[in-house]
Design a protein. Structure first.
Length: 79
């Protein structure tokens, strides 16, 4: 169980990196774009299905994606 919790903790940090990257404009062809691509490829298989069930909440011109919060909560419950 400790190994699973450790891996889920690492995955939580990857999701946190995705949240931060969503606030930054990433220029194609840069090192940050490569990192962003890896982070998005690792997190989208988990966040995508949640987002299809609970779409982002519209807040004026912006939208708040709750899927990372749901994954954080599930990881917290598991570990």
């Amino acid at each position: 169980m400790a190994l699973i919790c450790t891996l889920l903790g690492i995955y939580s940090w990857i999701i946190f990196a995705r949240i931060i990257l969503s606030w930054v404009r990433v220029q194609p062809g840069t090192g940050l774009a490569s990192v962003a691509s890896v982070v998005y490829n690792l997190t989208e298989p988990v966040l995508g299905p949640i987002r299809s069930v609970i779409p982002p909440m519209r807040m004026g011109m912006a939208a708040l994606d709750l899927s990372p919060l749901i994954v954080f909560f599930v990881i917290l419950v598991i570990c």
